[in-house]
Design a protein. Structure first.
Length: 155
């Protein structure tokens, strides 16, 4: 398959998955993805070729599905597909906060009006950070579980 076909197929699959999430602000996120270079952007840390950012994000989602995580699919879609959204460029939004990219991604999503749950917010913000803490209850709460799966699937 040639690169353009891969990019178009990835675009259609991601947009279809996100359109299936009925959440306030999702239309603005989809508009942002289409107007930015999200689908054509290189992703140096994962796939150093055109379209790598979107392909990486879709891959994280597919990997999370293989793990059969006990997490609702709409949460997985939001976190996996949008965790690196700040790495795309859109002149109107490139000013979003200078901190690490997880934090910039949640701030961009908030700016676009997407209402995130606390678990989604923390999972996106901290997706690069392994959970090292000793859990008080010896079990993951829902936030830790979502963060754990996203960290594992992202790497």
């Amino acid at each position: 398959m040639i690169r353009r076909e891969i990019i178009n197929q990835t675009r259609e699959e991601i947009l279809s998955l996100l359109k299936g999430v009925k959440r306030e602000g999702m239309d603005a996120v989809i508009r942002y993805l289409n107007e930015s270079d999200f689908f054509t952007r290189k992703c140096y840390s994962h796939h150093c070729f055109s379209g790598g950012l979107a392909i990486h994000s879709l891959g994280v989602y597919k990997e999370s599905k293989k793990c059969e995580a006990p997490i609702a699919d709409h949460h997985l879609r939001i976190v996996a597909l949008l965790h690196d959204i700040c790495k795309s460029h859109h002149p109107q939004y490139d000013h979003i906060h200078p901190h690490h990219h997880g934090y910039r991604s949640v701030k961009l999503l908030e700016t676009l009006g997407l209402i995130l749950t606390n678990d989604e917010y923390e999972a996106i913000k901290l997706h690069m950070h392994r959970i090292d803490k000793t859990l008080r209850s010896k079990t993951y709460d829902s936030c830790d579980m979502l963060r754990h799966y996203m960290h594992q699937c992202d790497h």
